[in-house]
Design a binder for this molecule. Structure first.
Ligand code: MG
Ligand code: ZN
Length: 226
């Protein structure tokens, strides 16, 4: 059984039923701005981590936590449909983790992130990672209030992952191209994936990693630039 007790569970239909005025996205933006103000008030840098299921979001966060936990007080919000598997993996690194279960919804929204922030002692945190539900489509439309957005893709997802998901890369600060150890076996030109990112978003920084071993993590930290 799970030993994560702190789980924010979305009520049936909650994500689309935020007592909205006329527009779900506008309401989400308002709540994202609130989250942003709350985080800024406590001097917390919040970083979104988005990507498909299996791209390596949790492994990336785990390696970033290992590299950064001596200098920063880290907490992690972990979105998933119903499980707390990833939350447990990250909790093993000795940092505070709040799991957010969305039920059937395939993305986090600013409302659920705001609720999860209430579970943390924000005075005790300087760095917050928010792992979104595995999905490259709707998280692009739901800002959460963070200062940086990382998108992770892996070379095993094929050569067109960037081109097929322009919106999420348009708003990303950093694209992480993961599982570089498998690029040759998959006949993938990772540099082409990086070039695709820059074509969509010339300001995005690109890092090439193997999050299983930690290779390339320093480049991600450098790109985070905090
Ligand atoms: Mg994960
Ligand atoms: Zn969704």
């Amino acid at each position: 059984m799970s030993n994560i007790k702190d789980v924010v569970k979305a009520a049936e239909g909650e994500i689309f039923d935020i007592e909205l005025e006329e527009n779900i996205l506008r309401e989400n933006q308002r709540l994202a701005n609130e989250n942003k103000r709350l985080l800024a008030k406590h001097g917390i840098v919040a970083i979104d981590v988005m990507g498909s299921i299996g791209a390596g979001k949790t492994s990336l966060i785990e390696k970033l936590v290992i590299s950064l936990k001596d200098e920063h007080k880290i907490a992690v919000l972990k979105g998933d449909l119903t499980t707390t598997i990833d939350a447990e993996i990250i909790r093993r690194q000795g940092v505070e983790v709040v799991a957010i279960n969305t039920g059937k919804e395939c993305h986090l929204d600013a409302n659920l992130v705001g609720k999860a922030l209430q579970r943390l002692n924000l005075n005790d945190i300087s760095l917050l990672f928010v792992e979104n539900v595995g999905n490259l489509i709707c998280p692009a439309e739901f800002p959460l209030g963070s200062q940086r957005r990382i998108v992770v893709i892996s070379v095993t997802e094929g050569p067109y992952m960037v081109l097929k998901h322009p919106f999420i890369f348009m708003n990303a600060d950093i694209a992480v191209i993961n599982k570089m150890d498998l690029a040759q076996a998959m006949s993938i030109d990772a540099n082409k994936l990086g070039a695709d990112v820059r074509k969509i978003n010339p300001k995005a920084k690109v890092a090439y990693t193997n999050c299983r071993t930690g290779e390339g993590i320093e480049r991600v930290i450098e790109a985070l630039d905090f």
